[in-house]
Write a protein that binds this ligand. Structure first.
Ligand SMILES: C[S@@+](CC[C@H](N)C(=O)[O-])C[C@H]1O[C@@H](n2cnc3c(N)ncnc32)[C@H](O)[C@@H]1O
Length: 291
């Protein structure tokens, strides 16, 4: 380390301190980069963990609802038909059970049979009154439902009918060829046809059945989180101002409608005018069915 300065010792000292500073800079930068890299890995691992946690919460909630449902129906959980896939989710089934046990409907019409048919039939048996007609387009699925009912000695009028192209311009898709409906219905469950046929196919339930819904009667539409069902709901709201529709936050989303007759309460009328299509209105109908 040659030096042109008078005081050579000081020059060498300055160069050594430069080297030291550079070393410190390199070590610090490396440590920072390592920190950033491990933070990035941590975040990447946490994202799937969050997904798993959400799924676990869903399973826990479903398990809790199934136990609650079995208690309500006074059966063991093993006596409930299996839920999953296309079957009604436990919180939807619980909503159905509560509706039937509290409202005590005399006439129930269901579209799309399955575990829901079992729950409805069991509730009618507990009520000691009421009848259930359940439509399905699939003979195999209807047969499976029949067997599930027989195991518990329950009964329902399960009818297999073909699906026909919708006759309503507002509601494209297919609908059940179900002509001989009762004149007055207390509860309508819309859980079919499958949306794989057309995303808005269940909308036809409106023109096909709502004219027969009694004052105070209810309609339940499952899978309401889907975009097809959201469109259906906004069309129903426009077409049926005498039915008050609310969203219930079940796993798949459920719409609950209640025919409130000609005399709207001022509260409902002003809430309806204020709300955008698809918005939830808090009502007594929903309150009665809070999960
Ligand atoms: C949403 S499912 C009805 C579910 C029923 N309400 C329940 O709670 O179990 C609508 C229709 O899809 C058909 N479906 C149900 N599960 C199916 C499956 N695993 N494969 C094919 N079709 C199915 C049946 O015809 C049924 O009526």
């Amino acid at each position: 380390m040659g030096s042109q300065t008078v005081d050579g010792a000081i020059a060498i000292e300055v160069r050594w301190s430069n080297l030291l500073a550079a070393k410190v800079w390199i070590v610090t930068t490396r440590a920072l980069l390592r920190l950033l890299w491990s933070a990035d890995r941590m975040v990447r691992h946490m994202i799937p963990l969050r997904g798993i946690r959400t799924k676990l919460d869903c399973y826990r909630r479903a398990d809790h609802d199934l136990r609650h449902l079995a208690d309500l129906l006074r059966i063991s959980i093993s006596e409930l038909p299996p839920t999953g896939n296309c079957a009604g989710a436990p919180d939807f089934l619980l909503l159905l059970a509560r509706a039937v046990l509290t409202e005590r409907p005399e006439v129930i019409v269901e579209f799309g049979s399955g575990v829901s048919t079992f729950v409805l039939a069991k509730c009618l048996e507990m009520n000691g009154t009421g009848r259930l007609i359940s439509f399905d387009h699939s003979p195999a699925f209807a047969e499976l439902t029949r067997r599930q009912l027989e195991r518990q000695r329950l009964s329902a009028d399960i009818r297999v009918v073909p699906l026909r192209p919708s006759e309503s311009a507002d509601h494209p898709g297919f609908w059940y060829d179900a002509n001989d409906l009762p004149h007055a219905i207390d509860l309508i469950i819309v859980d079919g046809p499958p949306a794989s046929l057309h995303p808005e196919t269940r909308g036809s339930a409106g023109p096909a059945t709502f004219a027969k819904l009694r004052n105070g009667g209810m309609v339940l539409l499952d899978d309401a989180h889907r975009s097809g069902e959201r469109k259906i709901l906004s069309r129903w709201r426009r077409a049926y101002p005498d039915i008050e529709f609310s969203n219930v936050d079940t796993m798949k989303g459920t719409v609950v409608g209640r025919r409130i007759g000609d005399g709207f309460s001022s509260e409902i009328r002003s809430a309806r005018q204020r709300s955008a299509p698809g918005e939830t209105i808090e009502t007594a109908a929903k309150g009665a069915l809070v999960l």
